[in-house]
Ligand binder design. Structure first.
Ligand SMILES: [Zn+2]
Ligand SMILES: [Zn+2]
Length: 247
């Protein structure tokens, strides 16, 4: 299974990358996690022949801004879009006139559905649980091709992130903050907190993405995180835009 980081910035685009979006290519499905501006690059990697899925974590614009580019895609099968229970009306307001092309007239078959917290069979197994963030935000756990991928951004440290990442082959989470920095009023993770979740969960690998745009202004600042923390957690990956990893 291939995981490609289409966008790795939090908040806004800079020369370090686009806002957050991750592509998971399994044997039978193309799965996109979040629709930040990075999502516009998905067609560089997929043929659009497989059934496609898009999971939205929350309504902050760095996670949905790229949805206005959906109209350039030509998915041959259906695109199923999932968002947290209670947020469908908000998403439908954003992806609509006068801002952009509404879901209903996109040039491919699509369905937008809410998901309640819990485990669903879509047909692959997806578990979603609320994280700790100012806007209601879901973390996801995907189980397919015999692998487990957990996607938990945006969040502060919380038990649900650990539950979703339990024994995962890959935990993808955020790195909004520099080492040693916390922001209790607007929860995000620093590298130590992210590694703490991965270790507590027994995740084999941890990919940091959603680097705060104003906080990590260069890719070298991201690489410093890798150099400093990889000795402590050898499964650490510091994501960059267009990086692909195999799991
Ligand atoms: Zn964000
Ligand atoms: Zn957010």
């Amino acid at each position: 299974m291939k995981v490609t980081f289409l966008g790795t910035n939090g908040w806004y685009d800079t020369p370090t990358g686009n806002t957050v979006s991750v592509l998971v290519q399994s044997q039978d499905y193309d799965i996109i996690l979040d629709g930040g501006n990075g999502i516009a690059k998905a067609d560089r990697y997929i043929t659009q022949e497989k059934p496609a899925y898009l999971f939205i974590s929350h309504m902050h614009i760095d996670h949905i801004a790229g949805l206005h580019t959906l109209c350039k895609f030509r998915f041959k099968k259906e695109l199923k879009i999932f968002t947290q229970k209670g947020t469908l009306a908000q998403l439908d307001t954003f992806v609509n006139e006068p801002y952009t092309v509404p879901f209903a007239i996109l040039p491919f078959r699509n369905e937008v559905r809410e998901l309640a917290a819990g485990t669903h069979h879509l047909p692959f197994t997806v578990t979603c649980l609320p994280l700790v963030h100012p806007a209601p935000c879901f973390g996801y756990r995907l189980e397919l091709d015999g692998k487990v991928i957990a996607y938990c951004t945006d969040t502060g440290p919380c038990d649900n992130a650990v539950t979703l990442a339990r024994d995962a082959d890959l935990l993808i989470t955020e790195c909004g903050l520099k080492p040693g920095v916390t922001s209790p009023d607007w929860p995000h993770l620093n590298p130590e907190m992210a590694i703490g979740i991965a270790k507590e969960a027994g995740a084999k690998r941890l990919a940091l993405t959603h680097f705060g745009s104003g906080v990590y202004q260069t890719l070298d600042e991201r690489r410093e995180v890798l150099e400093r923390f990889a000795p402590d957690y050898p499964g650490l990956i510091v994501a960059m835009d267009d990086m692909t990893i195999e799991i």
